[in-house]
Design a protein around this ligand. Structure first.
Ligand SMILES: Cc1cc2nc3c(=O)[nH]c(=O)nc-3n(C[C@H](O)[C@H](O)[C@H](O)COP(=O)(O)OP(=O)(O)OC[C@H]3O[C@@H](n4cnc5c(N)ncnc54)[C@H](O)[C@@H]3O)c2cc1C
Ligand code: SF4
Length: 809
């Protein structure tokens, strides 16, 4: 039978989801062609903020790999725009002079970011935040410039601002209203959010209207209507989106704000449909994926000719994807004359919850700080649940007791767990039982739950635990190493050991990596795992390392590098200082700065000068660039301080000499204070030692960075040698069990302090861990010295290497 020709314009989230639904119903009837203006396969636009925030790479957010199109016989044209539709001949034309016939045509052209028509908006350094190209622009700008201004204090603006902070930029957020996210939050929640984000380093300019973007070719600042100004090297406009309707409009398809569709997503033109952000249904244009996916399913059913329910509109909810901030909002959350609300405000814990009720029905909710009840409330709003029989307080009652540990347990099977993909608790539990699923990834592949924004992953995890009961194995909590494989870190390490794999490429080949070159997430991780497993005979693969580690220096925003020589325990001498001063003169070092870890940082060194600088310094590398032991900070201690009971400086130097050059899953910072006054800040280090009467307290898992965390007291020991031995066992246990790029703070939280104690306090275990770290330490060599002696390496690394834009592998 001759296949029907189906053409999709727009290779984005809504259109491709519709095709997935259609293939599920009827994989054989259609010959499918997809056009996408962007040069990529379909990717998860929602997760662009995680790319910008540095948590994932572009590969990780691809939803449908190229193979998916091939396997489903879909003809995909990327980087190609449909410019005309001939409704009479039933053909589309592209900007590459291609013409393709259709029997059915779906328009899924999404939205365009709204750019304020300000004078200067066309200057270099002004960007939107909508696609991969915009992320790249921001990442590249952060390499060379320092000051970013985001216009728009809504969801997207704040996610962009967080990403720019992670990229090391100073960020001002300009917002026209006097409080943030006013479309999703009430003033109380908004002010709490602002406080939290300010603590993260964002600066807010509220009640400001931009009048002009100033500068010559490139942006230099913003001028506001009230006459005030702000400097900017990069301006991100996140002020809203407009449905992308031009193609439809130009070709006589009825357009209002969006492309007007009926309850089956049909436009006014025969055989032409619209779905996603470009479509307007009952006067509403949606900008979140949950409704778009509902539309896609209904459209797929319609095109396949199966009985379909009508699309009747959606209730939407929002979650902000900024690390460290939990915000949820749904429905009508503002009070009015005919509503009442229940509010909980806990200033100590930073928690605020508000539920708005009209005629005994929950119509809206805002949660800040604890969003556990989000899905339950969304379901109540969606189902218009009558709450007249419920005591109002129970709606927001914290389900703290053991029998109802998680909100999911009390939910009905019909209640939705994954808001983006509309997957219910019943569907997830059914799939777990029927298909023997044990991991979140398997549930994602099987049901789509947690496939989009990922906000429901903890709930899916809870459901696995709840459904499998005693059979649930915590160790089964599986997270793939990256998008190139479905294998978890533990599985990969098991395979490396059992198959005796010795090279990064070999692991990828043997374990069937989807992307044969790997990605920036897995390559450094595999290189680290191999080095950890084979300390004596693994040849480190430099090309798999992040660029800073390859060059043994930190790249700075102007393309120069910083050099930090080792100074054990933060102690220096006149000879070293003289050498540093000579080097600074000889290489015109523009800035010499003391670091937070008590070291001297020479900033602004040219890449080609690095080996010469190291040779002249003739000091060990301070590893300020590495996933390794950075510094051991010390206080003055008993040598000079009148409070000091211990020689903290000597112990710090001993610790640093012992563990320098040790590769670890992430950077490790240590410190030693000689009394509980704690001048070396031992409470916020990966390993922090505090001198007390008769011995030392050892704290672990502390962090003074973005995810501030006080260390946990691991144990108290009497002697310096015990401090070194316990630290050795702790570091080796961390090296062997942490995921790559997991700081000790996260690792201790994940595996539990009790677990760490059990392992370390078992004398035999401890001895074995110490023996393994000793073997590793016996094979470390100073990288600067190695390069200084090796001309070939100098040429390869410092004359030819092109550092990549993101500063990563
Ligand atoms: C940074 C960011 C964060 C977000 N976070 C969330 C979130 O947390 N939760 C949520 O639900 N939603 C979120 N969204 C919104 C969500 O991503 C969108 O609702 C969704 O991507 C819209 O899907 P779509 O297919 O309609 O449009 P798109 O995904 O934009 O796809 C449309 C595609 O069509 C292409 N195209 C347009 N015209 C043509 C043409 N003539 N020829 C060929 N190709 C064409 C475009 O280039 C584009 O690739 C976020 C969006 C962004 C940008
Ligand atoms: S921590 Fe105690 S011993 Fe060390 S410098 Fe401070 S006061 Fe002195």
């Amino acid at each position: 039978m001759k296949k029907k020709k189906l053409v999709l314009v727009g290779n984005g989230m809504a259109g491709v989801r519709c095709i997935e639904e259609l293939l599920k119903i009827d994989p054989d009837t259609f010959e499918i062609t997809i056009f996408g203006r962007e040069p990529y396969p379909n990717y998860n636009r929602i997760l662009l903020s995680t790319v910008l925030q540095g948590d994932t790479s572009i590969n990780d957010i691809t939803i449908n790999e190229m193979e998916w199109y091939e396997q489903n016989n879909i003809q995909l044209y990327t980087g190609e725009t449909v410019v005309e539709i001939d409704k009479v001949r039933k053909q589309v034309y592209t900007d590459k002079d291609r013409q393709v016939e259709y029997d059915e045509l779906i328009l899924a052209t999404g939205s365009l970011p709204f750019m304020l028509p300000l004078p200067g908006a066309d200057k270099e350094g002004v960007t939107a935040f909508r696609d991969i190209q915009d992320c790249q622009t921001m990442i590249e700008s952060a390499q060379h410039y320092n000051k970013a201004v985001v216009i728009g204090g809504g969801l997207l603006g704040l996610e962009a601002a967080r990403g720019l902070l992670n990229l090391g930029m100073e960020v001002d957020v300009v917002h026209i209203c006097d409080y943030l996210m006013e479309r999703q939050l009430d003033p109380t929640a908004s002010k709490m959010l602002q406080k939290n984000l300010e603590a993260q380093g964002m600066n807010f300019l509220l009640n400001k209207q931009t009048d002009e973007i100033t500068g010559s070719d490139r942006v230099e600042g913003l001028l506001f209507k009230d006459g005030s100004k702000v400097e900017a090297d990069l301006v991100v406009m996140a002020v809203g989106i407009r449905p992308n309707v031009q193609l439809a409009k130009n070709n006589g398809i009825h357009v209002n704000r969006g492309i007007v569709v009926n309850d089956y997503m049909q436009t006014d033109s025969p055989n032409i449909y619209a779905v996603g952000e470009c479509a307007e249904h009952r006067e509403i244009v949606y900008g979140l994926v949950a409704p778009l996916y509902e539309q896609g399913k209904i459209l797929a059913e319609k095109i396949c000719g199966v009985e379909s329910k009508k699309y009747e509109g959606s209730v939407v909810s929002t979650q902000l994807k900024v690390s460290g901030v939990d915000v949820f909002s749904a429905g009508d959350f503002l009070d009015s004359n005919d509503t009442n609300s229940i509010k909980v405000y806990d200033d100590f814990e930073g928690v605020y919850k508000k539920v708005v009720i009209r005629d005994d029905k929950v119509i809206g909710a805002v949660l800040f700080g604890d969003i556990g009840e989000g899905p339950k409330l969304l379901n109540m709003i969606h189902d218009r649940t009558d709450i007249s029989d419920l005591s109002k307080v129970t709606i927001l009652q914290d389900s703290g007791d053991e029998s109802s540990k998680s909100a999911v347990i009390t939910m009905d099977n019909s209640e939705v767990i994954c808001g983006c993909n509309g997957v219910t608790k019943g569907e997830i539990c059914g799939a777990i039982v029927e298909n023997g699923l044990t991991t979140v990834d398997q549930v994602k592949d099987n049901t789509n739950a947690s496939r989009s924004c990922g906000g429901c992953k903890p709930l899916v995890q809870d459901l696995l635990e709840y459904t499998l009961g005693d059979e649930f194995d915590q160790s089964e909590i599986k997270e793939a190493v990256c998008g190139c494989t479905t294998l978890s870190r533990e599985e990969v390490i098991e395979e490396i050991k059992s198959k005796n794999l010795k090279f990064v490429k070999e692991i990828m080949n043997v374990l069937g990596w989807k992307n044969e070159e790997g990605c920036s997430k897995c390559r450094p991780a595999l290189n680290y795992y191999l080095g950890m497993l084979y300390p004596s005979d693994y040849d480190d693969e430099e090309e798999s390392r992040f660029v800073n580690e390859r060059l043994h220096a930190n790249i700075q925003n102007d393309g120069t590098y910083s050099v930090v020589p080792r100074m054990y325990g933060g102690v220096t001498n006149a000879n070293d200082l003289r050498k540093i001063a000579d080097v600074a003169d000889k290489y015109d070092v523009p800035m010499i700065k003391l670091t937070g870890g008590q070291r001297i940082d020479l900033l602004g060194i040219k890449k080609e000068d690095l080996p010469k600088v190291w040779a002249d310094l003739d000091m060990p590398s301070g590893y300020a660039y590495g996933k390794a032991l950075r510094t051991v900070k010390t206080c003055v201690g008993s040598q000079f301080c009148r409070f000091g009971t211990q020689d903290s400086t000597q112990l710090g130097m001993d610790l640093e000499k012992k563990f320098e050059r040790l590769n670890t899953p992430h950077k490790v910072k240590m410190s030693v204070s000689a009394c509980p006054r704690n001048c070396a800040e031992s409470g916020i280090k990966d390993v922090g030692v505090v001198g007390v009467d008769g011995g030392f307290e050892i704290y672990v898992g502390g962090n003074g960075g973005t995810h501030l965390r006080a260390g946990d007291l691991l144990c108290t020991v009497e002697k310096e040698e015990e401090v070194i031995e316990t630290t050795a066992a702790f570091l080796q246990y961390y090296r062997e069990t942490a995921k790559y790029l997991e700081r000790t703070s996260k690792w201790v939280e994940r595996i539990g302090l009790e677990n760490v104690r059990e392992v370390l306090f078992d004398e035999e275990n401890k001895i074995r861990l110490v023996a393994r770290i000793e073997e590793t330490l016996a094979h470390t060599k100073d990288p600067w010295k190695k390069i200084v002696k090796n001309k070939e390496k100098q040429e390869k690394l410092f004359q030819n290497l092109e550092t990549q834009a993101s500063g990563r592998v």
